[in-house]
Design a protein around this ligand. Structure first.
Ligand code: BES
Ligand code: MN
Ligand code: MN
Length: 454
């Protein structure tokens, strides 16, 4: 083990330079014009895993390809499935980046590029850990399977069907995922919960086409007015979600979990600093940790309506579109939430307007029991990799497929995230600490040894 860790340290520069090659491929899954880049990123990973001595294949789906690889020469030992994603979010607004998002730069101990953290950088810590074991010892302490998909950022639309078809191939005792964050610098973390999600597109139509605002304004319905009235009705003035029944399935965290969160050093000031805001907002009577980890929320994410170009235009707009999403706690059924939202919208649709709210994608949240032997092994691995006892956290984000792994496929998941809350994932100047890249790689290497001992 020590030799493997030493090798990880000594091969740092080459690892970072290899990761940069992957980061240079603009694998944006939501953009059809990047589909060749998706194929290129998949092939890059496949070739890399093949060169390390794994058996590999590219699996085509109706969408973007999946990279699968395996090393199964540890009979009698557990099998770990390593899941990650090589697709990234779009980079716009480009002018807010201080360097090219697909030309990684090192600055202040960080690697800056789209995907540096989410999830190329984090996923690559597993590739590197396995590589270090293989090149140092010629084998692995456990059986390893890699499943690296290209559609996580668009809700993993094709992965469930593919997993059901390839159930035997991907079967494992435990799933390891590095696609979350640490609580903060110096707080290596085991994540025990993710929120679910349901996304919506709401279309409003009040007439056939835009009208002259002098002739008709103030005397006929305005689509933007209808839309903003409905959007405003989603929350109480105090900040709770006002959709009837929205909170009815929510289960409070245990006393023990709440007590452990209360011990975490997170001040409102620090949270605002990470967010870059000057105030907090949300459900009354809840801390920011509770609001993001154990309470459901609703966020308006985009509005397209009315006059956008330069100057003024005297119109009564006839159509408007809004996008919003709900983040759900694990107990909440996304399909039920869709029905609640739709009936809320229907009740607030004024006469003469047509309003539809259609769900884009939905996924349940996840809870991971902290006392399982798998989580305890992960905890020990983090202590080895970071030289510090980890804390237990949840996260407010979503990884849609985790629920299928844990539920239908019966495979417990481990969320070992090495990012930081201010890494600006999905935003401009996304970063990842190269020291955490190294500590994460050491943790993953130690994890394989810890799992072998179970
Ligand atoms: N890695 C994130 C999930 C995440 C973010 C976990 C922050 C913990 C903290 C993942 O790539 C992601 O962005 N997920 C999407 C899922 C959606 C597209 C269905 C999300 O959370 O919005
Ligand atoms: Mn991710
Ligand atoms: Mn993401």
């Amino acid at each position: 083990m020590d030799e493997v860790l030493a090798r990880i340290d000594s091969e740092r520069d080459r690892s970072i330079s290899d990761l940069k090659d992957l980061l240079r491929i603009p694998s944006v899954s939501s953009r059809p014009d990047h589909s060749a880049d998706m194929a290129r990123a998949a092939e890059w990973l496949r070739a890399r895993l093949e060169a390390m001595g794994l058996e590999t294949r590219i699996c085509e789906t109706p969408g973007h390809p999946i990279v699968y690889a395996e090393w199964l020469s540890a009979p009698g030992k557990p099998t770990v499935l390593i899941y990650g994603h090589f697709d990234v979010q779009p980079v716009e607004p480009l002018d807010e980046w201080s360097s090219d998002p697909f030309e990684p730069v090192e600055e202040g101990g960080n690697l800056i590029a789209r995907g540096a953290n989410d999830d190329k950088g984090q996923m690559f810590t597993h590739v590197r850990a396995v590589e270090a074991w293989l090149s140092e010892t010629g084998s692995l302490p456990v059986n390893v399977k890699f499943l690296i998909e290209g559609e996580e950022e668009i809700g993993s639309p094709n992965l469930p069907a593919w997993l059901r078809e390839n159930r035997e191939m991907v079967k494992a005792d435990v799933v390891a995922i590095s696609d979350t964050s640490q609580f903060g610098p110096g707080y290596p973390s085991v994540c025990t919960g993710l929120r679910g999600i349901a996304t919506f597109e709401m279309r409003v139509k009040t007439g056939q086409s835009d009208l002259h605002s002098g002739t008709f304004g103030g005397a006929v319905p305005n689509a933007i007015q209808v839309m903003t009235d409905i959007l405003a009705s989603f929350h109480t003035p105090e900040g709770a979600v006002a959709i009837e029944g929205f909170y009815s399935d929510v289960v409070e965290p245990t006393e023990e979990e709440r007590a452990s969160w209360a011990r975490l050093p997170r001040s409102d000031e620090q949270f605002m600093r990470e967010a870059g805001t000057r105030s907090l907002w949300g459900e009354p009577g809840r801390t920011s940790i509770e609001r993001t980890w154990s309470r459901p929320t609703l966020e308006i994410v985009g509005v397209t309506a009315g006059h956008q170009g330069p100057g003024h235009k005297g119109i009564v707009p006839a159509t408007a579109v809004a996008r919003f999403s709900t983040r759900l706690v694990p107990e909440m059924d996304p399909e039920r939430v869709v029905r609640l939202v739709q009936s809320h919208v229907a009740k607030r649709t004024p006469p003469g307007a047509e309003v539809s709210a259609v769900c884009g994608h939905g996924a349940r949240g996840t809870l991971i029991p902290a006392d399982s032997k798998w989580v305890q092994a992960a905890k020990r691995a983090l202590a080895v990799g970071f030289g510090k006892e980890p804390v237990f956290i949840r996260e407010g984000g979503s990884i849609p497929i985790v629920n299928l792994f844990q539920g239908e496929l019966g495979m417990p998941c481990l969320l070992l995230g090495y990012g930081l809350p201010d890494d600006r994932i999905h935003g401009p100047n996304e970063k990842f600490s190269m020291a955490d890249f190294q500590s994460g790689t050491r943790t993953n290497a130690a994890l394989l040894a810890e799992l072998a001992a179970l």
